[in-house]
Design a protein around this ligand. Structure first.
Ligand code: ATP
Length: 261
């Protein structure tokens, strides 16, 4: 029997090009992400990283080309089934009402619930384990409206872990996080990647991209796209051009660092 997401290729985009209004964000390029791989989207503000991530998540149609999740176009997936396969961490988390941290994390179980929509003890255990993964085990009863920015971001990550997709699409997962949690969260997704998940994430920190990416897509904000293996794309001259600022590479022991001049 074939289970959802058994295929090792989780995400494909063919000859993709994106336009907003009159402006082309990226010219045609293709990508393929297999289980066990991490793709980082980099580029200056307004270059189109979030638009590209949302297109890969099936939330908007590409202007040109196609996107396939687990070998099928989004139109061919039932939306609940697709939500068990891919999950999105959005950049903003609007909270309009009071809700406990546990209730908020449990939203991630919606694609998995049965006909009556009640969470079981197993669903609650999954959400509690996810909260513990991001250091929020003690926060389960707290109101989300009372959390700090970094704590709220970790609840969003726990909600996504509770959803337990095979493909994680993350828009600036390190937003609001202190240094400890930036690394802890990226290490957590690196572990999930080793366990057979796929990860696509928007990052602003080139050095975190250097550390965690297998593949990189660098948008230059003028429609140009450089896509390839980390070592091919993350070069000082490519980065300097894309960010319109001189960037220098430093080799520190085993680490490669990029610093702005
Ligand atoms: N509906 C829209 N109408 C007009 N322009 C839009 C629309 N949606 C997005 N844009 C523009 O498209 C561009 C790409 O936006 P996007 O959010 O994808 O950029 P980004 O690379 O994620 O930026 P940032 O690093 O600032 O988060 C921006 O210039 C944005 O203003």
């Amino acid at each position: 029997m074939t289970r959802i997401g058994d295929s090792s290729v989780l995400l494909e985009a063919e000859r993709l090009a994106l336009q907003v209004g009159e402006r082309w964000l990226c010219c045609e390029f293709s990508l393929r992400l297999a289980a066990g791989e991490c793709l980082v989207l980099l580029g200056p503000n307004g270059a189109g990283k979030t638009t590209l991530l949302h297109t890969l998540a099936g939330l908007r149609a590409p202007t040109v080309g196609s996107v396939r999740l687990g070998g099928r176009s989004y139109a061919d997936w039932d939306s609940l089934v697709a939500a068990r396969l891919r999950g999105l961490l959005a950049q903003q988390q609007p909270d309009h009402f009071s809700a406990s941290v546990l209730q908020t994390a449990l939203i991630g179980r919606h694609p998995h619930l049965g006909r009556w929509g009640w969470e079981t003890a197993a669903d609650i255990a999954i959400a509690q384990a996810a909260l513990a993964e991001v250091g929020l085990a003690e926060f389960a009863g707290r109101d989300v409206l009372s959390l700090s920015g970094g704590e709220r971001q970790r609840v969003s990550i726990a909600t996504l872990l509770t959803q337990a997709p095979r493909l994680f699409l993350l828009d600036e997962p390190t937003n609001h996080l202190d240094l400890h949690y930036q690394i802890a969260v990226l290490e957590l997704f690196a572990r999930l990647k080793r366990e057979g998940c796929g990860v696509v994430m928007v990052l602003h920190d080139i050095n975190l991209a250097t550390r965690f990416a297998d593949h990189v897509i660098l948008l230059d904000g003028k429609g140009g796209v450089l896509a390839g293996a980390r070592e091919e794309v993350l070069q000082a001259d490519h980065l300097s051009r894309a960010f319109d600022h001189p960037i220098r590479r430093l080799d520190v022991g085993e680490r490669i660092l990029f610093i702005p001049d």
